[in-house]
Design a protein around this ligand. Structure first.
Ligand SMILES: [Zn+2]
Length: 319
């Protein structure tokens, strides 16, 4: 079945977690419906634009995204070093790290400075070239077409990526095949159960179309990782994400959702510093109110490093 929305080719989308064809309707805008799965709580957008239509919108967006990066954005945030240190602690030391959707490689560069070998995938060729200059072994294109071998990595990072994937279950199955048993996984994604999403509803800053296709909660993200062969080591929620977004700007050929202005970002960060200890206490009580979810997980399995599990997940895509 095919259709068009605003002149762009599209197709109905099922629940990315369980394949249910329909769910409870959250809201409808510009011909696109946000649904919540009645079975597992996953939130997604239907119909889904055809890959070529999404690629065209992404291509128009990259130039302005790159242009919006000021000098302050080029510094390696201290947070990056904390993340790679956690990954090393889980994986038993720095090894080879893959970042899916590595953009310009700034995070990978922080990992390299901590002793990791670095590789990445990126659909934007110009951004991938920046990552290459930072020393990363880059694959331009989707993960499914990347040439990495089974259990080739000691850790994988998915930063602001999983919400963009049309088939997160398929991609996580492939990632599970790329990480050796005992290897580490890092996921950072908007939290659909967060306080600010509840306040802003469909105007929440992370509801950005067509960039974000699937919206996770602590429960749905944990279910996805567990079902893909990863045990969650820690799950936390952070930050406020106070800005409102026009999620449909990209449909009109405008720039993608812009980053908040410097002053607004400073205010947001200051408020987040106050709120994060509260969110951490709520996390411990099982209530995840922060705007973003941060998960560290470990690949299940006792196989020796470099060996592929029987019936390994990597083979599923070719089957
Ligand atoms: Zn579902």
């Amino acid at each position: 079945m095919s259709l068009t929305v605003g002149g762009r080719p599209a197709a109905p989308a099922a629940c990315p977690l369980c394949g249910a064809p329909d769910g409870a309707r959250l809201w409808v805008r510009h011909g696109f419906t946000w649904l919540r799965c009645r079975g597992d709580g996953m939130v997604w957008v239907t119909p889904r634009l055809a890959p070529e239509a999404v690629a065209a919108i992404y291509a128009a967006g990259h130039a302005s995204k790159a242009a919006g990066l000021g000098p302050a954005d080029r510094r390696v945030p201290a947070r990056y070093r904390e993340i790679v240190a956690r990954l090393a602690a889980i994986a038993g030391g720095p090894g080879r790290l893959l970042e899916v959707g590595a953009f310009d490689g700034l995070f990978l560069a922080a990992a390299a400075a901590s002793g990791w070998g670095i590789a990445g995938t990126e659909i934007d060729a110009a951004a991938a070239e920046d990552a290459r200059r930072r020393g990363a072994d880059m694959h331009v294109g989707p993960l499914a077409a990347a040439p990495f071998g089974p259990a080739a990595f000691d850790a994988v990072a998915l930063r602001d990526v999983i919400e963009h994937l049309p088939d997160p279950r398929g991609d996580l199955a492939q990632i599970a095949g790329l990480v050796r048993p005992g290897g580490a996984l890092y996921v950072w994604t908007p939290n659909f159960d967060s306080l600010t999403r509840r306040v802003y509803g469909q105007h929440w800053g992370a509801v950005v179309f067509p960039w974000h296709f699937g919206y996770f909660t602590a429960a749905t993200l944990t279910a996805l990782l567990d079902g893909s062969g990863f045990d969650v080591v820690s799950l936390a929620s952070r930050n406020l994400l106070l800005r409102r977004a026009d999620p449909y700007a990209a449909l009109d050929g405008a720039a993608p959702p812009s980053r908040a202005r410097p002053l607004a970002r400073r205010i947001e960060r200051a408020l987040a510093r106050l709120a994060n200890p509260v969110f951490a206490r709520l996390d411990a009580a099982g209530r995840h109110w922060g705007a973003q979810l941060e998960v560290f997980a470990v690949r299940r399995g006792a196989q020796a490093t470099g060996e592929r599990a029987d019936g390994g997940e990597v083979g599923h895509r070719d089957a």
